[in-house]
Design a protein around this ligand. Sequence first.
Ligand SMILES: Nc1ncnc2c1ncn2[C@@H]1O[C@H](COP(=O)(O)OP(=O)(O)O)[C@@H](O)[C@H]1O
Ligand SMILES: [Mg+2]
Length: 453
Amino acid sequence: MRPRFLALAGPLRGSVYLLADGQEVSLCPEAGITFAAESASSAGASCLVRGVAGEYTLTASANTTLAHVNGAAATNRGLRHGDVVRVGGAEWLFLTEKMPAGSHLAWSETLCQDCGACQAVCPTGSLRLRRPAETRHELLGNSAAMQRVNEFISRVAPTDSTVLILGESGTGKELAARAIHRNSRRAEQPFVAINCAALPPSLAESELFGHEKGAFTGALAQKKGKLEVAAGGTVFLDEIGELDLGSQSKLLRVLQERELERVGATRPIPVEFRLIAATNQNLEQALGAGRFRQDLYYRLNVVSVRMPALRERREDIPLLAACFMARYSVKCGRRSLALSNQARECLVTHDWPGNVRELENAIERAVVLGSSELVLPEDLPESILERAPPDQALCSRYHGAVAEAKRQVILQALEQAGGSYKDAAGLLGIHPNNLHRLISKLGLRPALKKARP
Ligand SMILES: Nc1ncnc2c1ncn2[C@@H]1O[C@H](COP(=O)(O)OP(=O)(O)O)[C@@H](O)[C@H]1O
Ligand SMILES: [Mg+2]
């Protein structure tokens, strides 16, 4: 069997990385496993593993404070089948042989959530790791902005307060709502998500509150509404800004009275749930325009959090990309991939109007369509490579200055090469394909077309 690492703990938990003979890889808690050559630019501590002729050696780099093998601190030692390597908050199981049928990794406190990776390691499917005691969630990111969100979640989750989650589309509002629910005393009760944008006013009442048999044409049987189904659990009202005014006042009544009436019913039913609402709208503007009830707004805005846009936490992009690469390579049955330096730069400088959702889709596409072990810029969607001309107001000064310096260097090389792309690429020491890509990405095409006689 080809030697491999199975991530037991850390952001890439559940993913499998296959090693090639002679390959040197870097284990890094934030970015997972990458080619050693690629790791120079990835942040955080790392340690190197090199395999030659079936012998594997782990070397902790000078700045790595904590590398442990099977619980003992390690700086330089051989690795054997079944060893568990821990670096920072991440843990990997090193395997060179198939797990015998029925084996159970009882010594590990971590879990495999039936991720599919286990089956890859253990064809009998008998490899089952245990769930760690602490409750976890799927919100990834180590940036200061995400740390603030995580702190907010851990403080607010155990309370029963109503929470309002603000933020652009794709920033993880629903994920945050689920995290609050999973870390609350209601975790074993239902989490009911309702997308208010998909509720036409004519259906909203019956969807939210339910109806009695015969309440209206088509009401062939009694039906419980979503708020009743959520009994004891959490109701997540997504896109609350889209709820029509009529439904807003009925919802407010339920929140005040803690009881609801199904459509066509004569008696109210007591209800008990925690409410979390989310919106990408500016609700204060909606109040001003009379599209949102002020009393409901105050009821919802007890504690609120704003999910940061991805462009406000660019330092999280390599970690998110690595996690999505691991997730989709497992799903697509592909080998683990690494991000090329150029692709990483494209991802980190893109503005991501669709936030994490857009990044996730871009990585899935790269995993499905890419053909090498490295994700290259050409595997990414055009929209990321060919950015609109940079908007100076939005671009940070640093990225703006770097892009401008690149433009100047390229234009000079082209001038020196008399307009020949091939020679200019030669002068710059890059492949002509890379030069073409950079010219598109930096928005130089129009300038070059004009300059041509
Ligand atoms: N911090 C994050 N870590 C990992 N995945 C994320 C994160 N934020 C968003 N996602 C992913 O992006 C997609 C959109 O997230 P979602 O919670 O539906 O966003 P929103 O409700 O703000 O539009 C989902 O697939 C989600 O798993
Ligand atoms: Mg959403």
